[in-house]
Every structure is written in structure tokens, then in C-alpha cells.
Design a protein around this ligand. Structure first.
Ligand SMILES: [Zn+2]
Ligand SMILES: [Zn+2]
Length: 181
């Protein structure tokens, strides 16, 4: 994906857009995919403008991913629509946030940085995408999951592994079996 040098961002700004195909998506997810993979082509559109020494990136990106349901392992489609509004400062020149511990609240502030007078669009989109990945995905809110004993998908049909057994009846069953010649 294109790196944009600051001098390319003129008075009119710089329009960067493109498809999120399988290859791009894989590069963005990298080692932190958490089980998410590309499902179909998405799109990103980011408009860069210079604000003094900073660069503001405004736009949106759509990612169409898939993963396995956290409970039953069925494939789940995970569409992600994300609006982008990030201000990038030169590395080492980020504004200091006034949080009690003096730490820079990058995620909250929509602040990032650029290095060597170059905006790394791929890094920007990666940050955005990874922030949007759900911690867990379910095929449906009330997914019944898999039976731990037989592996049956409990959404499809009951498997009978967990019929509650009344202790009195289990004694009867034993008696009947003993009496049978
Ligand atoms: Zn499920
Ligand atoms: Zn079962």
C-alpha cells in the first residue's frame, strides 16, 4: 500500500483510496488476526490534509471478514464499517495528553504519528482495523454451542447427553435390569 510523502499533500489535500482485497487484508491483519480472515473485497477512502505540522486523515474503511463462532465453530461473517478521523503528528512531536499518569491517550484522541515525513497508510489502516475486531464473534446471540461430550452442534438438534436423571428412577432402572433373566 502506498506511503504518502508530506510534499504530495498539497493545498487540495490528498485523496487515497483503494480496495481491501485478500492480499491487502492479510497484510493488515498480520500476526494479530485473532482468527479473522478476509471474506470479500472491502474498500478504504482516506482524505489527507495538512494542518500546520500535522496531517489529518479523515475517511472510512469497510472490511469484510469471517471467523468461526466462539461457541459452535460455524463460520460467521464479520463486516466492519469504520469511520476514520486521525491526526498524525511527526514522531516525537505528539501533543501530551493531560491524563493523570501523563500517558498519551492515542486511541481516545484519534492521534497517531508519521515518521520521515511519510504517512504510512497501511499502518494507519491496520491500527483502525485491529481496534475494530470484536473480542469474540457468535453466529447468533443465543448460540447453544457444541456438546462437550459428543461434539454435537446443539443449535441443530439435541444430542441427549445431558438429560437430567432423577436419582429415584436410576435406582428403578438398575432393579429392572437385575430382575431380567
Ligand atoms: Zn455458534
Ligand atoms: Zn452430546
Amino acid at each position: 500500500m502506498k506511503r504518502i510523502e508530506l510534499h504530495e499533500i498539497g493545498e487540495q489535500g490528498f485523496d487515497a483510496h483503494g480496495d481491501v482485497d485478500a492480499e491487502t487484508c492479510e497484510a493488515l491483519l498480520g500476526d494479530e488476526s485473532m482468527g479473522y480472515v478476509w471474506a470479500q473485497t472491502g474498500h478504504y477512502s482516506v482524505y489527507l490534509t495538512r494542518v500546520k505540522d500535522a496531517v489529518r486523515a479523515v475517511g472510512n474503511a469497510s472490511f469484510f471478514l469471517k471467523t468461526s463462532c466462539s461457541r459452535c465453530l460455524t463460520e460467521v461473517a464479520v463486516p466492519i464499517e469504520n469511520s476514520i478521523d486521525v491526526t498524525l503528528f511527526a514522531q516525537g512531536h505528539e501533543p501530551v495528553a493531560s491524563s493523570p499518569d501523563g500517558e498519551l491517550l492515542e486511541e481516545d484522541m484519534g492521534v497517531s504519528c508519521y515518521d520521515n515525513d511519510t504517512v504510512d497508510l497501511e499502518a494507519l489502516l491496520r491500527e483502525e482495523l485491529l481496534l475494530c475486531l470484536p473480542m469474540a464473534s457468535l453466529c447468533r446471540e443465543d448460540c447453544a454451542g457444541l456438546c462437550l461430550e459428543c461434539g454435537n452442534n446443539n443449535n441443530e438438534r439435541p444430542c441427549g447427553c445431558h438429560k437430567p436423571v432423577d436419582p429415584r428412577f436410576s435406582v428403578l432402572t438398575t432393579l429392572v435390569q437385575t430382575d431380567t433373566p
